[in-house]
Write a protein that binds this ligand. Sequence first.
Ligand SMILES: NC(=O)c1ccc[n+]([C@@H]2O[C@H](COP(=O)([O-])OP(=O)(O)OC[C@H]3O[C@@H](n4cnc5c(N)ncnc54)[C@H](OP(=O)(O)O)[C@@H]3O)[C@@H](O)[C@H]2O)c1
Length: 307
Amino acid sequence: MPDNNTYLVTGASGALGRLVVEGLLRGGATRVIATSRNPASLADLAARGVVTREADFNRPETLEPAFAGATHLLIISTHEVGSRADGHLRAVAAAKAAGVRHLFYTSHAACDTSTSPVAPEHVVTERAILSSGMTYTILRNFLYAENLLMVLGNALEEGRFYGTAGESRVSWLTRRDCADAASGAMLHADAHANRVYDVTGPRAYTYAEVAALLSQVEGRPIVYEDLSEDGYVDLLVGRGLPRPAAEVLLGLELSLRSGEMEPVNDMVRTLTGREPETLESFFRHGRGAAVAPESLDFLQHEMHDRA
Ligand SMILES: NC(=O)c1ccc[n+]([C@@H]2O[C@H](COP(=O)([O-])OP(=O)(O)OC[C@H]3O[C@@H](n4cnc5c(N)ncnc54)[C@H](OP(=O)(O)O)[C@@H]3O)[C@@H](O)[C@H]2O)c1
């Protein structure tokens, strides 16, 4: 139903951002602003009546003009792991200066206790949001099912994939479910004011259970081999990944061992009004069209920082 709110999504040319904008339009939002470092990449949205503007968190002068007029603004965390906190803080400050009423943010599950290398910048950003004085909703997204495409690698050809997460479980959810949860929260903002939500998948799986599910879907055996920490790094380095990047991936795997990605809740249903997509459905129907995250891109930033 149309309202007087003006919804803004940063990073709208990213895989998640695009889906959030689509969700807002589908949900009846009539005033939508989409921002990107490269607004030309949003020409198709502009043709559909979306206002497109440049906003680059690393170019502070772009932010306040880009955010002007927005009442409900979603900051999509950037993929520049290791160098993104300052940009996020600039975006929070610019939202406040531009008069945004309700700020939304895509965060990371259990970021305040996680040992994951991607967590600390989310903690810094969440704190800034909480102390900004703006009404907020923080969406702590669990892991995208699309990430599994990287974990699985050549599993379909080799019948085997590797990790070092042991028996820990992850409640994978699709990027689309994260996006629809975000647009749902924005469109019903008052119901979600000043809340921090875990946004989880519908069931948590060990990698061995992922292997069993994939075997069932593919109709041939695919197994999971749990490696030692050194064995995992050696495998990745042997496949051509620079050692610092392999160590970042090791850090991601080790963080799973705490069980931080195991919780399952009904937040996707609460925010979207429909059931989340199951991993089986993703394997059967979504996998072909799925876009894997720009993992290597974020590893470049980590490697640069550690050099
Ligand atoms: N939960 C998970 O499993 C998971 C996995 C991977 C990533 N993530 C996080 O979720 C975010 C969205 O995921 P995705 O799949 O859409 O990633 P993606 O397609 O790689 O998109 C990266 C996003 O970062 C934005 N960005 C990069 N630098 C920026 C800057 N200087 N200023 C403003 N925006 C900037 C991009 O916006 P423009 O290109 O439009 O400027 C784009 O929205 C990622 O950036 C990352 O923080 C979560």
